[in-house]
Design a protein around this ligand. Sequence first.
Ligand code: MG
Length: 369
Amino acid sequence: MRRILVLGSTGSIGVQALEVIDACPDLAACGLACGTRVDQMREQAAAHGVTHTACAAGGGTVAASDDLGDLIDAAQPDLVLNALVGAAGLQPTLAALERGLPVALANKETLVAGGEIVAAVRARTGADLIPVDSEHSAAFQLIATVPAERLRTVTLTASGGPFRGRKAADLAGVVAADALAHPTWTMGAKITIDSATLMNKGLEVIEAHHLFGVGYDRIEVVVHPQSVVHAMIRLDDGSVLAHLGPADMRVPIGFGLRWPDAPPARGEMPLVGRTLEFMEPDLDTFRCLALAWEAGRTGGTAPAVLNAANEVAVAAFLGGRIGFLDIAALVEAALERVSGGRGDELAAVLEADRLARDEVTIALAGVGA
Ligand code: MG
């Protein structure tokens, strides 16, 4: 029996993870953590026979610390699934890895903000990190099939979101409800907005850099509206290996929870009649992707600033306080104003995160939003 601690149990990934755990007799939930929806988490705990819970807003059986270390110690998991939203996921990931526990990572912000810190902890403890992001789960599986020296580039696919093909002039007036209508994936609100701006793909580029140890020049993004191919790798002989699968997060979740054992079986994916298209992303319109690439190349605390500024800007957009195009503008301004620090020191990363949030909050107050 593999005991799993689910961090972010009431979010989209957390709920689907509990479904996967239910369907696998050799998996059991041993602990739950959530941000605010304590009633929903209590129902989950009762349904899954879980006694160790923590809620950031209070009301769990274990008081929620920043790193959730007490919950990890109480629940005694064999694996931690981190499906928290945002940079709040970084310290719990580190707490699990510090204890030598494998982490199935759905919280990409962990690696965006703290990729260098995560690498140092893993080097010390040998703890495994298994990506649950669909593209990275696919790339992880592809990369495992070839000798490292044959790998040329990692290609991530992007659906393009609800605004694919539009130009900046078309996007000035869009509101949260337009952006929340994602064409192929069902996800939480924050990541759905990130998919509409392509910031999600930008965060994933940085995530891929840290997960697979490839330079930014060896990561490629292609728009693929069908969301059937999740990742590809280019090899030294010019060939390309692709991973195809249904647009169903329970597939990468099942892979991550069971790894290195076989993932749970799921239904077949029909191939006949499918058309697969690949296009270049429009970096002029969807500037968040270009900003993320730039922040990744800058390194240090720049990706933490990018991510934190984006979190505050997305919340403001969801609250109807700013326009869609303001998200990229606010992120860009924060990157210009917050000075860089060391990306391998937790204190510097947390400080950069805080300064970026302050910067965007001040900018929002300035426009009366
Ligand atoms: Mg993804």
